[in-house]
Every structure is written in C-alpha cells, then in structure tokens.
Design a protein around this ligand. Sequence first.
Ligand code: UGA
Length: 453
Amino acid sequence: MRIAILGAGHVGLTTGACFAHCGHQVTIADIDQDRIQRLRQDEMPFYEAHLDHLLEENRSRLTFTGSYADVADADVCLVAVPSPTGPGGGVDLSFVRAAAAGVAGALRQRTAAEPLLVVNKCTVPVGTGRMVSEIIRRGLEAEGPPAGKIDPPAYTVCSCPEFLREGRAVHDTLYPDRVVIGAESDGESQTLRALYQPIVERSFPAVPGLEGPDRATTVLVTSLPTAELIKYAANTFLAVKLSFINEIAGISAAVGASIQDVADGIGLDRRIGRSFLDAGIGWGGSCLGKDMRALTTTAAEYELPAPLLNAALAVNERQRGVVVRLLQEELRLLKGARITLLGLSFKPGTDDLRDAPSLRIAERLLELGAEVLGYDPVVRSIPVDGARLVASVADGARGADALVLVTEWEEFRGLPWADLARAMRRPLLIDGRNQLRPAELEAAGFRYRSIGR
Ligand code: UGA
C-alpha cells in the first residue's frame, strides 16, 4: 500500500519506519524543514532504540518531504502531528487543523480514483475525527474545482489510536497488544485491516535484537468516537494505576512494609496484573499528564466531575517531592549540598525530557540552595538554569553529598558502588525508582533510601 504520514515525530517516524519494514511504500511529511533535511541525510531527530536500523534498512521504501501536498496519491494518510496541552488544560488542535487543511490541498491534486482514507493517529479529544472531516470538506469547497482528475476528490476519516511507549516504540508498533480501528464503514475498516495485516500476521522480517511476545495482536473495530475515547481511557487508567501504587508506597513507608512486595502480592492477582505497579517518583513524559488534563477538560465540558483523575494528577505532583523530603531527612540542610541526579530523561530508552521528574526535582533542589549535577547516558543538556551536566557517574559522585537515581537506565545497575562511595563527601543514595539492591549498596558503604520502604 502507499502510505502517507503527516508528522515525523515519535509516532509518525516510528510508524512510518515500521510500515516500510512491512513492505508498504511510505511518504513522511513534516513542516519542520530542518528535520526533513536531516532525515534525508539519515540523521535521527531523536533517540529511539532500533529506529535508526529500521530507517536505514528500509530507506528505498521511505520518502521524506517538507510539503503536505506531496501526499496526494496515497491510499492511506495517517495524521501523527503533535496535540499538546493548550491554554486551560484542553488540547491545542492547531497542528491537527493545519494537517487537515494540508490534506484538503493535497486532495485537490489527487489522481487516484479510490477515496483517500485519512486516519487519525494522534491523541485527540472525542469528536476530532468529525472536525477533521469538516475542515477537509470546507477546504475543498472553498478552493473551486480541483486540479486533479477526480471531481470531487473523495476521502473518509477514521481513527486508529497509537499505544506505543517511547523507548519501546519499535517493539510496540511491530508487536502491539491491539489495533483499535474507529471506523464508520466496512470499507474503511477493511483498508486498515489490510494495512495492519503484516503486523497482525507477523510476516515482516525479524529486527535484530528485538523479540516479540508470545501473545497475538487483537484487532478491535469500534465507532470513531469510541476509538478516540479508548486512547484517553487507556492512558488515564495507567496514570491512575501509578498514582495508586505511589499513594500506597507512602503508607508502606510509614508502616515499615516493602512496597515492592506489596506490588508483587497484588500483581499476582490476574485481575490486577503486575505491570505499571513500580512505585517511584511519579510518571513523566508528554502523554500521561497531558491526556489526564485533556480528559478532565472534556469531563468538565459535560459538567461531569472527575475526582479520580484529578486526585491521580495531584498524587503524581506530590510524588516528585518525595526524594527531596528523603534528602532533607538524611542531610538536614540542603544549602550548599552537592546532589547528583543519575538519569534525566523521563524514562530509560529515550532522550525525551518533556515533563521529566528530573527537571522538577532539580528546580526544587536549586530553590533550596543545593548544587545540582546531572548525568544521563543520552541526554546532552539540562534545561534548568543552575544545574550542571557531568560526563560520567564518577564525575558526578566526586565530592557529592548524595546520588539520586531518577531514571532507571540499565547501566546504573552495575556501577562500581564501592569506588563511588569512596569518592563522595557523604555516601548517600536515594533510589527514586526502587531499582537497586539495598544489601549491595549497603555493603559498598552507602546509606540507601528508596520509595515506600
Ligand atoms: C504512554 C503509554 O504507556 C503508551 O501506551 C501511550 O501510547 C503513550 O503514553 C502515548 O500516549 O503516546 P510513554 O509516556 O511513552 O507511554 O511511557 P510509559 O512507559 O507509559 O511511562 C510513563 C511514565 O510512567 C514514565 O515516567 C515511567 O517511568 C513511569 N512508570 C511506568 C512508573 O513510574 N512505574 C511503572 O511501573 C511504569
């Protein structure tokens, strides 16, 4: 199939690379000319495991363009542009509107006889599918007769929300738990099933170092608004689950229990499940918080209270303060203390700093008069005035009063702890992700504190 993708961000680029790997012809369009230029020269705009390999392997099936007009003759056009938080907590749909207008412009040049299937992949409030359809219709009507051979150029709009996680984006795209298709007709859902067939059947070539799970991918066909709501409900459920375990972690610490054992104990119940029950400094990233706020805004539009969602947001905000409190308990005075953050990205496997807990923690420590250093295997700058990036964990440990594990990168598990403890002014380690083995750290000379223990 010929696929056009609007937006070369995490979703668009990963989806494009994976569909090219499945044998489809893919054109990726983005208004960021610099990004397109770099992609043409095989330069990655961000770090994502396996993505560089896929882009290189499938280069012959991938075209990058700086113009939405170049997507005119695709079979399917996926919209994967940003949908950030707008003023007041709602979603800023300006990129989606611009993409829809771009599709209208492209359709006027269309020569293919079949209707273009426009598929929304970005996370957008319920009803956006209909809005996109209207923008395209009005765009076509406003401009007079089309230049292409089709009169009027036909299109339909459906939804296929994206569930990939950053850092695991290629894995999640090639081996999704489910593909949700929000369509209004059989024809639309058949086209999307055909698009996803190589993924559902796993008929694409293996990616070195990437293993798929045993379970199969389920395809679920729903109405368009249902698919849009499924995406929000999924992300907000995950966020509520995290805030739940983080709230229990506070109680666990108070009563002297172990939060990891509590998580294992409840996670063994199949109705609950163990995943997304790792207590820590709270969630970050561009999705969970944004989607929680967007859904509470939608609820408010219908005058529906959303106390559970609001409470989950508040718990998450408070959670970022937990490591600061632990540092105060241990060091008493933070003024003049040198504190080194291990890991800055919002989670391992990515260099994304959007809503990263590390930034809020660094800001708070600086406000309290501490000196803040940060080390990360892939992040190359800290956007917090006064915080300083160091080139290695050893540089960060030298003369420090505490190390704080903020992002659970694999390389932090096997550090030469005894050497690091010796190099510090005070060998204190706050494990914000409960990832290290307390006995090992204590044997290396550290005072070890973690969340919920
Ligand atoms: C999330 C969803 O998991 C994806 O399904 C969704 O497609 C994506 O948002 C999106 O809407 O685009 P993502 O934000 O990339 O994906 O990252 P997650 O893996 O969900 O992690 C979110 C945060 O929760 C991270 O800060 C992570 O460290 C934290 N987390 C996760 C925990 O604190 N504990 C856990 O047990 C799991």
